[in-house]
Design a protein around this ligand. Structure first.
Ligand code: PGA
Length: 260
């Protein structure tokens, strides 16, 4: 796992945006795995800026989002489909029909989740999957205890996750109790993982994910099983890590290593 510790949230967003821009320049028809929440917003703003400045085009890109609240219409103001439209899709040249978010109002959830997995396979698999992390260690909506073999499915949200997200809904009672989410097994199949975390509130979840034992009780620890996982942190989120000096040494040597 590559652990990159940067000065602040803006540098984390810049790193992620540069990473995506380079990916899309190298492979214009990339399949990008996208995430919602507060953390990726800065990255999306920088991707929009890069598009507006003519530095990148997303016209041949396909996207898959990690999750969606169960029961929310795609137009609901807290739905992740709407979040993605407002935060990114409406401001870049991605083809709307190639953007995928699980349908939270699907009548047949099993058919919807199976079709979602099939669409990822049909697109050739995800090149880069962006991830945030919950204070409880969840990735996507895979809550503690989720199997590392899990696939896209309906999942019960923890009270902690619902409390964390109540700020968007105005009240805990309005936060859905269930969500459709890609599984940890599905996420681990992406060719590259890029997990972002900012702020001290994420420090414990990050320490457990990066340096703790690999355990279903901390879904983020599944990243230790992936060949190409990059964890990008600001100083606050990195606070609980014990090997900071080593991670910094690795970053310093990276240029040398790529020359070899
Ligand atoms: P946040 O959510 O970016 O709003 O902190 C992250 C997550 O729950 O995955």
């Amino acid at each position: 796992m590559r652990v990159v510790v940067l000065e602040n949230a803006d540098s984390v967003a810049q790193f992620a945006a540069d990473f995506f821009v380079q990916q899309v320049k190298r492979k214009p028809n990339s399949v990008l795995g996208l995430a919602t929440g507060s953390t990726p917003l800065g990255t999306y703003r920088k991707l929009i800026e890069a598009y507006q400045a003519g530095r990148v085009s997303f016209k041949d890109v396909t996207t898959f989002n990690l999750d969606e609240y169960y029961g929310l219409e795609p137009t609901h103001e807290q739905s992740y489909r709407r979040f993605m439209r407002e935060s990114l899709f409406d401001h870049i040249d991605v083809e709307p029909s190639r953007t995928h978010v699980p349908l939270g109002t699907a009548n047949n959830v099993e058919a919807e989740t199976e079709a979602y997995e099939a669409a990822i396979v049909a697109a050739g698999g995800i090149d880069v999957q962006l991830l945030g992390i919950g204070t409880d260690g969840h990735i996507a909506f895979n809550e503690p205890g989720s199997s590392f073999a899990s696939r896209t499915r309906l999942k019960t949200l923890t009270r902690r996750t619902r409390q964390d997200n109540a700020r968007f809904f105005g009240s805990l009672d309005l936060v859905p109790k269930l969500a459709l989410t890609m599984g940890i097994g599905s996420i681990l199949e992406a060719r590259q993982l890029l997990l972002l975390a900012c702020g001290e509130g994420k420090a414990e979840a990050i320490a457990k994910s990066v340096e703790g034992p690999v355990s279903a009780i901390c879904p983020g620890s599944a990243l230790q099983l992936h060949r190409r996982a990059i964890v990008v942190l600001d100083k606050g989120a990195a606070k609980g890590l014990s090997q900071l000096e080593y991670y910094a040494d690795c970053e310093m040597n990276l240029n040398e290593l790529t020359k070899v």
